[in-house]
Design a protein around this ligand. Structure first.
Ligand code: GDP
Length: 717
């Protein structure tokens, strides 16, 4: 069976935005115009096609990222021209701050993104975070300044916030015709044409020349047209030279160069419109076709051969060995657990086996589904560059590679942030204990930033996540999907510990009194881990994981190879227990350089215990400290409460980083410890007559001040 779509006509894209910027509405319009969805579901109806989880409907936010397939023929081509038809796989990304991790996850499997901005606010804190993630992943982007029909909307202001806060490489591709109530359409600065949207849901795109526009708009269009052309010709020296000599390239050349620039992350074109008022979205879809990459335009995906640990790559081609990345585990109401995966190379037929290098096992794929907005299509085979969902994989988790057993590769894993907040849960009835465990495991499998553990002292179950809302939703899902009712404790900060100095230590576990004894003996050095080293540059004897580095410099078999893994395990266990207040020790580098063994009495357990004691004792003298999560907070408040707001943030050990006018309001940016932010919504409301709002997201871990450390340690005793 041949592939039904040439790779060059595939676009794997995401629509990313700050919450409320209009991502859902834009996605709805996209699905409408692409003909999949025949009815527009407004967010407040709770009918959006991508949000199928119940509580998402209630909350009106998209939490899970589902992949939706649709088709688009650009507006400048005849709708009957099959050669111009493109397949879009849209990976839904949520906007809420507690779920930025979902954005990060999706970015790994996208080839390009449309970033949606609110035309009143411009760049918002979360746009910055998402932009940063996209930079890290080198994802080409086009920008869409939405909501230009809103009171207070300003394309120019929003555009300037993109330039100031995100990138100097942005350039106007369009300017709006009219704003607020007068927002009618857009001017395309490349073609120098005006576009209007008529008919049902603006379904008909009308092209006009600029003659009917007011003089000042025509002048603006001329000015920005020149600016755009200059930016584009910069992408090619020869064209640039011609241009300087007065030869202006034709539209096709300009579009080609624009495409080159966008794919190279050298240009970020900015579009304008209003999704709600059905203006501009189709032209953004045209731009997805014209400027965002197909799977063949992006570099080959990298990974390592799990057998040899050598670097390896896979190109986007059906004839290469099969390699795919599982990027989302979800529960589908109709078929149960499904795994969304992106095929990077090769093909996969339903019913065949895939190899998972993490588990070193083969698993059988039952059915393969392609998800459309309103239905699921079963497909027999998927090809390089595609995104689909698999049914029947029991042992696959987010970020696993699925590949050909004969030609194995492990693609680089997606790195997720650690949870910063935790709370205790217990089932309302004892009988539900087991069911709760099952439910939590299932949820943890779906969500890599959600962790479940047991308090070793009290035996209570602790769940940890990225924010209060995140955990609230987990508890909610336990009730709805697994019928487990729970009592939950107060949310608490997930502190960490680390060392600030070096130490050497010896650990011995020797018991040799009659019969078979125990003998484990290690000598170690520890130091804070150097974060600035690229993992690829580390020597072979260094093993690095998140927050932990193990260096093996044992010479002459003073500890036999067979006991080394036990030592490593012992170190990890020792670090997990912490030394100050029982929080996990992080960013510790341990070198195992010497030790001794006994022919008869040595065993794995003895070495594990010796290693764990050694690292605990070493950390105690290596100036340990407690770390706390710091949050990036932005409060938007009317002027007259500015003093109260900044005062309250300062009293929370917050550091005010800046303020700026935001429409009629002021936006205050600060960095504040998470422990001080519980219940902030309520106090902010009462302080500002309910007129201020805030957003917050995890920034980094910082050392807590001494006085605070003392009280944390006291409270844990
Ligand atoms: P999301 O949180 O980014 O998914 O944003 P939504 O699409 O849910 O939009 C948030 C709110 O803004 C909803 O009430 C929408 O109706 C509204 N909205 C979205 N796009 C526009 C627009 O272009 N103009 C106006 N005035 N409102 C919009």
């Amino acid at each position: 069976m041949e592939r039904d779509y040439p790779l060059e006509k595939v676009r794997n894209i995401g629509i990313i935005a700050h919450i409320d910027a209009g991502k859902t509405t834009t996605t709805e319009r996209v699905l409408f115009y692409t003909g999949v969805s025949h009815k527009i579901g407004e967010v407040h109806d709770g009918e959006t096609t991508t949000d199928w989880m119940e509580q998402e409907r209630e909350r009106g936010i998209t939490i899970t990222s589902a992949a939706v397939t649709c088709f688009w023929t650009p507006t400048y081509a005849a709708i009957t021209d099959k050669s111009k038809k493109h397949r879009f796989n849209i990976i839904d990304t949520p906007g809420h701050i507690d779920f930025t991790v979902e954005v990060k996850r999706s970015l790994r499997v996208l080839d390009g993104a449309v970033v949606v901005f609110d035309g009143v606010a411009g760049v918002e804190p979360q746009s910055e975070t998402n932009w940063r993630y996209a930079d890290e992943a080198s994802v080409p982007r086009i920008c869409f300044i939405n909501k230009l029909d809103r009171t207070g909307a300003s394309f120019e202001h929003s555009y300037s916030t993109i330039l100031d806060r995100l990138t100097k490489k942005a350039v106007r591709m369009q300017i709006p015709i009219g704003l607020e109530d007068h927002h009618e359409g857009v001017v395309d600065l490349l073609k120098m044409k005006a576009y209007y949207f008529e008919g049902e849901m603006g379904n008909k795109v009308i092209e006009k020349d600029l003659s009917s526009l007011p003089e000042n708009m025509k002048a603006d269009a001329e000015k920005y047209h020149a600016e755009l052309i200059e930016k584009i010709v910069e992408q090619d020296d020869a064209v640039m030279n011609d241009y300087l000599e007065g030869k202006v390239p034709d539209i096709d050349t300009l579009k080609k160069l624009m495409r080159k620039g966008v794919i190279a992350n050298e240009i970020f074109p900015v579009f304008a419109g209003s999704a709600l008022k059905n203006k501009g979205v189709q032209l953004v879809l045209d731009a997805v076709v014209d400027y965002l990459p197909s799977p063949t335009d992006i570099p080959a995906i990298e990974g390592v051969n799990p057998d040899t640990e050598e670097k390896d790559v896979r190109h986007a081609s059906d004839s290469e060995p099969f390699a795919a990345l599982a990027f989302k585990v979800a529960t589908d109401p109709f078929v149960g657990q499904i795994i969304f995966f992106r095929v990077y190379s090769g093909t996969l037929a339903a019913g065949s086996y895939v190899y998972n290098p993490r588990t070193r096992n083969k698993e059988r794929i039952g059915r393969i589904l392609r998800m459309h907005a309103n239905d699921r299509e079963e497909v027999k085979k998927v090809y390089a560059g595609e995104i689909a969902a698999a049914v029947g994989l029991k042992d696959t988790i987010t970020s696993d590679t699925l590949c050909d057993e004969e030609k194995p590769i492990e693609l680089y894993r997606i790195i997720f942030p650690e949870p910063v907040i935790q709370l205790r849960v217990e089932p309302k009835t004892k009988a539900d204990q087991e069911k709760m465990g099952m439910a939590l495991n299932r949820l943890a499998q779906e969500d890599p930033t959600f962790k479940v553990s047991t308090d070793p002292e009290t035996n209570e179950t602790i769940i940890a996540g990225m924010g209060e809302l995140h955990l609230e939703i987990i508890v909610d899902r336990m009730k709805r999907e697994f019928s487990v009712e729970t009592n939950v404790g107060k949310p608490q900060v997930a502190y960490r510990e680390t060392i600030t100095s070096t130490a050497e230590m010896e650990g011995k576990y020797i018991k040799q009194s009659g019969g078979r004894g125990n003998y484990g003996h290690v000598r170690i050095r520890i130091k804070p881990m150097d974060q600035n080293v690229d993992i690829d540059d580390l020597p072979k004897n260094v093993k690095r994981e998140k927050g932990f580095e193990f260096i093996n410099t044992i010479k002459g078999g003073s500890i036999p190879q067979e006991y080394i893994p036990a030592c490593e395990k012992g170190f990890k266990e020792g670090l997990d227990r912490g030394v100050l207040a029982g929080f996990k020790l992080e960013n510790v580098s341990v070198e195992l350089y010497d030790g001794s063994f006994h022919e008869v009495d040595s065993n794995e357990m003895a070495f594990k215990i010796a290693a764990s004691m050694a690292i605990q004792d070493a950390c105690k003298i290596a100036k340990p400290v407690i770390l706390e999560p710091m949050m990036k907070v932005e409060v938007v408040t009317p002027d007259k409460f500015m003093g109260d707001v900044t005062g309250s943030l300062s009293s929370k050990r917050g550091i005010i980083e800046g303020m700026e006018a935001r429409g009629m309001n002021q936006a205050v940016k600060a960095v504040v410890p998470l422990s001080e932010m519980f219940g902030y919504m309520t106090s902010l409301r009462s302080m500002t007559e309910g007129r201020a709002g805030f957003t917050m997201e995890f920034l980094r871990y910082d050392i807590v001040p001494n006085s605070v450390a003392t009280s944390i340690i006291e409270s844990r005793k």
